[in-house]
Design a protein around this ligand. Structure first.
Ligand SMILES: [Zn+2]
Length: 336
């Protein structure tokens, strides 16, 4: 592991050089909250956000009323709007107070100043290049391993949740903040269909009534990459996609068991509620954190309207349907 820091801070440099990345990231967070008032205020405000919890049998979905996320939730991500704005992840456009830790000479670990997690990072590539998982999947794995002591790492596809689809980035946040970090094994036991199960790798397809996803576990990086590449091809073929098929990933690493990946299989970025007029409109843009069980609502009027039925409606629209999931299972079985 090789890191360089923008900070000239002896203690931070020492931690980085000794290879405990999640400790270094935590310290970066503390230093930034000391030096950067807007960042500190936003994290302070997060402690007072309103939460609701909805139960769906054996699992739960939380809702967070978070006005700080309005810009991100309502971000215009069409190519024209993207082209017309300055990229907010490029180094020259970062706020002057923002500093980071360089990771493997290709990414910068930055504090997200508009947080959802109690500690929330954006892991941005140093180059301005499109959001794309097929050749950066190994980076997702290594980030989640290196940050695993404290954090979970997520990926949002360029057409289903990434607010900077033109600049490659992952995010990281506190482990077990999203209910799925705790509940995935339980959910998959109850609702999963096994695709592969051998000594090296286990993969299941899951339809829990709200979400359709793949659950993959392995301690072997090469096996994971191989399986992901198979899946990516199958998924693209079935959806007849030339661009990246719609997906979000949560990568959770445990030093004893290895990686556990949740790959959400998406049909749409936003449900029809987003596009309704006046009081029918609900501003919600489901991405990995929402689907992992913490749904973000930046407007209070939307948050107040929530009930189980509405959550179910929003979720069922943005996932692929059961027949597509069955096709994916069949094709993956066939290849393996
Ligand atoms: Zn950029």
């Amino acid at each position: 592991m090789k890191h360089r820091t923008y900070f000239d801070n002896k203690q931070l440099n020492y931690i980085i050089e000794n290879g405990e990345l999640s400790e270094a990231a935590q310290m970066l967070f503390e230093l930034q909250c000391n030096d950067w008032q807007m960042c500190r205020d936003n994290y302070e405000q997060l402690k007072n956000v309103r939460l609701k919890e909805f139960r769906f049998g054996s699992y739960k979905i939380k809702a967070q009323y978070n006005p700080g996320r309005l810009i991100s939730t309502s971000a215009k991500v069409d190519p024209k709007s993207i082209q017309e704005r300055k990229c907010f992840l490029c180094e020259e456009n970062l706020p002057p107070e923002q500093k980071g830790i360089i990771y493997k000479n290709s990414y910068s670990i930055l504090i997200n100043p508009y947080p959802i997690f109690p500690i929330h990072f954006t892991l941005t590539n140093l180059q301005h290049q499109p959001q794309r998982i097929i050749d950066t999947f190994p980076d997702l794995l290594s980030f989640s391993k290196d940050l695993s002591k404290k954090f979970t790492v997520i990926y949002n596809g360029p057409r289903c949740g990434a607010s900077a689809p033109d600049h490659l980035h992952f995010q990281a946040g506190n482990k077990f903040f999203m209910p799925i970090d705790d509940e995935a094994d339980l959910i998959s036991n109850e609702f999963g269909e096994i695709i592969i199960d051998n000594e090296e790798i286990v993969a299941l397809a899951v339809d829990d009534g709200l979400r359709k996803f793949l659950h993959i576990e392995s301690a072997n990086e090469n096996q994971l990459i191989k399986f992901f590449n198979h899946f990516y091809k199958v998924y693209s073929d079935i959806l007849n996609e030339s661009q990246e098929p719609l997906l979000n990933i949560i990568s959770f690493y445990d030093s004893e068991f290895g990686w556990r990946l949740i790959i959400f299989l998406r049909a749409k970025h936003r449900s029809h509620h987003y596009y309704e007029q006046s009081d029918k409109q609900i501003l919600v843009s489901p991405a990995a954190i929402d689907l992992g069980g913490v749904c973000i609502f930046p407007r209070e009027e939307d948050f107040n309207k929530l009930n189980e039925e509405l959550i179910k409606e929003i979720f069922s629209e943005v996932f692929i349907d059961k027949s597509l999931l069955d096709k994916i299972i069949k094709s993956l079985n066939h290849i393996i």
